[in-house]
Every structure is written in C-alpha cells, then in structure tokens.
Design a binder for this molecule. Structure first.
Ligand code: IFM
Length: 698
C-alpha cells in the first residue's frame, strides 16, 4: 500500500496540490505551497475566525512562517520542476526543485512537518546545493504579514487581522489580532544553518525575519533549519520556541515521525485488491486524522477541513452525518469532542430558534465559532454588488438540527458514555425535539403533522413541503428525545437534567404523538415521494455513471427545479441512516428510482448511495461508487479540490464501509456482517469500541 504520494504541476494545478499536501495537527494548518514561492495563503489556526462581509465569520488567513526565499548574487532564484511528496506514514511534506538564475543553479530539497504533539510548532529542514554557482548566496526566512482572505467577487479580498507588534531581537516575533479583536495570535520563528552563515535581521512593511548569507562554490550545500511557533499566549510561544531550539529540529522531526507511526500502528489499516481504492483510502485517512487536535476540548470540522477557504471554514451536517462514524470507531474521544462543539453552541442554537420564531434549539445550517447562522444570505456577483444571488439554505435547510441529534444517539449507542448524556447529550436531544415541536404544523386535510417550506439534502428544490429526509429525521429526533427522556426519568445521573429542563411526562407524550403523526408519503409499493409534488415534476434520467451537471442541456439546467433531478441522496440518505426501520426491498425500490435522477453534484452524494448499495447487497455497484467517492480529492473529481479537502466524502466513504459494507452493530461486543462476496477487496483495521480494540478483517 502506498505511503508516499508524489504530485507534480504537470498533472495538477499548484493550488490543488497545495490542498492535497496540506499539513495540519488540528491546531495549525499549512497548505503545501513550496517555501520558495510567494503565496496568497498563510496559515490557519483551528477556531480562529473573524467577522467578514457576506460570509459573516470566516477562518482567518494568518501570517505565514515557512517561506525560504533564496537569492544568488542579489538575483532571486526561480524554481523549475517542482516535485511534492506527501509522506502520509510520517506526516511529512517533501519538496524538491532546481532553483535557477542566469548566474548559477541550485538543487533544493526540503522536509516540512507540523508537529503532531507540540501543537503550535512547525519545522522545515532544507538543503540548498550549488550545482554550478560560485558567489554569495542569500536566504531569507521571514514571517510574512501581508495576508488577506479572498472574498466575492474574486477581485475583492479582506484583511482579517492587523499587526499589533513586531520585534526582531533574539528572533523575529509578531503579535497580531483578528479584525474583530476576538483572537490574539503570537508567532515566533528562528532559522539557522550548517555551515554557519552570517545572520542579519530585517523588517519591512510586509515581512520580518532573518537573512542568512554565505559564499558558495559548486558542490557546496547549505543546510537550513526553520522552526516557527504559533500560539495565543506570548510567554508560551517564547518558551516553546526556546525549548524547540534547544531540543533541535532533527530530534523534533524524529519524534513527530514516531508519533505518526504510532498512530498508523493503532489503526493498522490494510487494504488490497484494488490499488486505487487502497491508495485513496489511506490518503483520506491521513487527512481525517491530521485535522484532529487531541489537546483541544472541542473538535469543529469545517466542510473543507483546515485545507482551504471553501465554505469559509464553516461547519455543516457533513460533520455529524458523514465524518462522524470515522472518528467514532477510530478516535472515539474525537467523536465526543465533535458533539462537545455542538454543546458549546447550544445556547446560540436556542437563540437562533427564538430569532426565527421557534422553541428549543435550532442549529444553524452553517456554523463558525459562535453558533450564529453563518450562511451568506446574498452573494454579490460583481464589484458593484448590484447583481446578487440569494441563498436560501440558511433559512430553510433545517434538517441539520435532527442530524446533530442523530449523532448524539449514535455516539451513545456505540460508546455507552452516559457521562456525556448527563453533561450535554440529553440536553441536545430535548432542546432539538422542542424545536421540531414548534416547527411542525397540523394539517387538517391530511390529519398529519407537516413541515413546510424547507430545503432537504437535495438543494435543487427550494421551499418544498414535507421533504422526506427532513420529516423522517425530525420524527427520529422526537422519538430519541422521548425514549432517552423516559429512561432518564428513572436514572439517578440523568434525572437532574430532565428536572432542570422541566421535561414533564406530558411533554414526552407530546413528542411521541407528533413523531407518530409526522407525514411521510410512501406508496403501497414502498416508493416514497421526496417532497409534496415531486412526482408531478418533469422526469429526466441521467446516463449511468454520470457525475455532475455537465451533461445536462442548458434548458434543463436553467430550470432544474422543475425536474425530478436531484443533487444528492435524499430519500435514500434517510433510508440508509434509519435503515433499521426499512426493509431491504423498500430501500432498493427507492434506490433504483432516485439513483438515475441524481446528478451527484455534491460530493456527499456518492458515499451515501455507495453505503446504501453496499447495505442492500449490491456490492459491485456499491464498490464502484465508493471508489469514485474515495478519489474525490486525489483525482480532483469535482474540480474544486483547490478550495479545500472534501471531509464529508472522505468520512462518508468510511461510513459506507463501516455501516454499509460491514454493517457494524452495537451490542455487548461489536459485531459485523461482511458481504457474501467482496470482489477481491481485502480490508482490515482496528476499531475502538467501549474501551477495547477490535480487529476487523474482511
Ligand atoms: O453540506 C453540503 C451540502 O449538502 C451540499 N453543498 C455543500 C455543503 C458543504 O459540503
């Protein structure tokens, strides 16, 4: 199985490679831009957002402290043939290039790491070898300060931090504060070399750093080391840098590599039988693992990871529905922290519900760091702002509230962690159920509770009534609140939560009644309508295997809402998630109906269809979809990997393996039931279940 992935600009755009080779430890995150190239992309720190026009709050593009700019005899060196190698086994990015100038050329090699345990620390070891140059080599190691966030339209960018202080005594040191004054960040950096070069400090408007210089002859090698530390506290940053310096880069690098080896040993993942699937699975697993900061209390996963500006670092249902199962079985503590993040935002969700005229807690469709709805309402299309696109998902995509409740239940069922229920899980179930109680309406004609004016996972159809996914997940949310509360009534550790929230037996009965009365429209043959009126829309079927909207005639694309075309799994998603409630035949009936009508324009679609196909035993078809989903980034399937990593589809592939292919079930011990035939695919890995490690082998 591949452990190193090599990329060159011959096959991928530089921006895409930068996403694929991002290094992170869940605290800081650095895209794979080569050290010797200027870049518009600085550094992300998880959770550091600032107020921004249009997108409300977004991850701040912070100063970059890993550039290494070389000049020979005063002439900047230009790179040729850049090769990037991501070593996922050790969490390293290796970069090779030839740096040239009319006066001489150099061979450049570097190894970069974002330390797995020392969360603020990044290190680079580079060697610059003179191939034919004789003269003075200058190498600048700056902390760069001129970063802003790209906005819309593309010509606009917004600077989301300002420099508070600069110091260049013992080493360059910077203090910045986010534009909204909410977060202060300190950055300190130091560079050194063998042979020892002359070191001078420099400060300009846009950079503060050190410049190393020495005379070279052909064959001479300058070995350079750069350490940089980011943090929220000045003395911690100083002491971390001093400490790192005294331990030395090589020791830190070895320690980092050992930590990654340990991580992989714990999971012990082996895949064979399909090389491409194996490669993408290991590649995705690396990215899923590296964004988790085990030293933080919460784990907020942006839809595009910490890998780019896509969706501005906002957190969607991708986390609870698609990424969650991976963490639940490989890093249960991470799964708990994902939900702890939602606990922290519960008060904001209660406010959000109030603001919208509802009771209980309504989680926003997109969340940043404060839990206020972060979905842009309108996105300008040009500089004047006169043309705008209105975005309705923030107003109408309400299923996320039930998705979070769904994950709370999944977490408890598989971990048995009652402390979490007492701390906050039960509270989430109760408050989200209260939201649905106020969100449903009684329809006298149908004699059923209905949910009007929503957007389901299929975002082509806006303002629909009785979206199957939303209604079903809302019903499940109400059922969960009722069953957990009933159990809590006689549980000494959970009873106080019910008392505090004033949950009465009458309220529990109301939840049960509403859940039972929620309308879902399924025919006698088991085919369910995605929303009221869906079957009356014009029909359109795509050729098998088509992904995206490209094959659609413009006339269809322009009025896609008038067609039965859907963007991603919706009815099938609900059926897979709530699979215990449906027969295999019913899931298959709906799968067969909706699959040819799905464009898979969202990267979340294929993992869900793959999961459903595998679950109902259509293994070959399921594995085919699983493979494409797994390659979302490695093959840049959606042509937008430059904006960030597709966390939802990477996690969703694991969801499909764990619950679709292997049908994991909780019990006293965990059980799984592999398919009758796996078409040569061999898969084995360790999962964690209630404090024990189990080996799964297919
Ligand atoms: O959450 C998804 C949504 O389902 C489709 N549009 C993109 C979002 C973020 O990945």
């Amino acid at each position: 199985m591949k452990k190193k992935f090599t990329f060159s600009e011959e096959y991928f755009e530089r921006e895409t490679i930068a996403t694929l080779t991002t290094l992170s430890n869940g605290y800081i995150s650095v895209r794979g831009d080569p050290e010797f190239l200027e870049s518009k992309q600085g550094t992300f720190i998880a959770g550091v957002y600032s107020y921004t026009p249009v997108f409300y709050r977004e991850l701040v593009n912070l100063p970059r402290a890993h550039a290494i700019y070389a000049e020979f005899e005063g002439v900047p060196l230009k790179p040729e043939n850049v090769l990037y190698t991501l070593d996922v086994e050790h969490g390293l990015l290796e970069i090779e290039s030839t740096l040239t100038s009319p006066l001489g050329s150099f061979a450049y090699k570097s190894v970069r790491f974002v330390h797995k345990n020392i969360k603020g620390l990044l290190g680079i070891k580079a060697s610059i070898k003179s191939l034919n140059a004789r003269g003075r080599l200058f190498v600048k190691a700056p902390v760069e300060l001129e970063f802003s966030n790209p906005s819309v339209p593309q010509e606009v960018s917004v600077r989301l931090f300002r420099v508070v202080s600069l110091e260049n005594k013992a080493y360059p040191r910077v203090e910045v504060v986010t534009a909204d004054d909410r977060y202060k960040v300190y950055i300190a950096s130091v560079a050194s070399s063998v042979p020892e070069a002359t070191v001078n400090n420099f400060t300009t408007n846009s950079k503060i750093g050190q410049v190393l210089s020495l005379d070279v002859r052909p064959g001479d090698i300058l070995n350079l080391e750069r350490l940089a530390v980011y943090g929220f506290d000045s003395s911690t940053v100083d002491s971390a840098l001093t400490n790192a310096k005294s331990r030395g880069l090589e020791g830190l690098l070895q320690e980092h590599m050992r930590e990654w080896e340990k991580e992989w040993r714990e999971i012990n993942l082996n895949v064979s039988g399909d090389e491409e699937l194996a490669d993408s699975l290991i590649f995705n697993t690396f990215h899923l693992l590296q964004i988790y900061n085990d030293q933080s209390d919460v784990f907020a996963i942006p839809a595009k990871g910490l890998h780019g500006y896509g969706y501005r670092g906002h957190v969607f249902w991708d986390t609870e529905i698609y990424a969650f199962p991976f963490y639940l079985f490989f890093k249960p503590d991470a799964a708990r922290k994902i939900l702890t993040f939602r606990c922290r935002l519960l008060e904001a969700a209660i406010e959000n519900a109030k603001r919208n005229g509802y009771r209980g807690a309504q989680y926003p469709w997109e969340s940043a760091d404060d839990g206020v709805e972060a979905t842009p309402r309108e996105v300008p299309l040009d500089l004047t702002g006169s043309k705008k696109v209105r975005i309705y998902t923030g107003d109408q995509e309400h299923h996320i509230t039930a998705d979070i409740a769904y994950a709370v239940d999944m977490y408890y069922r598989f971990t048995g962690d009652k402390d979490f229920l007492a701390e906050c899980g039960l509270r989430i179930l109760v408050e989200t159920a209260r939201f649905w109680t106020s969100r449903v309406e009684w329809d006298t004609r149908l004699s059923r509770y209905v949910i009007r004016n929503v957007i389901g996972p299929d975002e082509y159809h806006v303002g629909v009534d009785n979206n199957f996914y939303t209604n079903l997940m809302a019903r499940h949310n109400l059922e969960l609140a009722a069953s957990y509360s009933k159990r809590a009534q006689s549980d000494i550790s959970l009873r106080p939560v019910l008392d505090e929230l004033r949950v009465s037996s009458e309220e529990i009965t109301t939840w049960e009644n509403i859940a039972e009365g929620i309308y879902v429209n399924c025919g006698e043959d088991g085919l369910c309508e995605q929303f009221d009126g869906y079957f009356k829309l014009k029909d359109y079927k795509l050729d098998p295997g088509v992904i995206g909207e490209k094959s659609l005639p413009p006339s269809v694309l322009q009025s896609i809402q008038d067609y039965q075309l859907i963007k991603q799994a919706d009815v099938v998603a609900a059926m897979f998630l709530l699979r215990e409630k449906f027969t295999r035949e019913v899931i298959e009936k709906n799968y067969e109906y909706y699959l040819p009508r799905t464009t898979h324009a969202s990267s979340l679609s294929l993992p869900m269809y793959a999961a459903a196909a595998l679950y109902i035993g259509r293994i070959e078809e399921g594995l085919r979809m699983l493979k494409i989903a797994a390659q979302a980034d490695l093959a840049d399937v959606y042509k937008n990997s430059k904006d960030g990593f597709h966390i939802g589809s990477a996690g969703g592939v694991w969801m499909a393996i764990l619950f679709g292919l292997l049908r994991l079930r909780e019990g006293e011990t965990i059980t799984f039931e592999g398919p009758e035939k796996a078409y040569g695919l061999k898969l084995s890995f360790n999962i964690k279940y209630r404090g024990k490690t189990y080996r799964v082998e297919l």
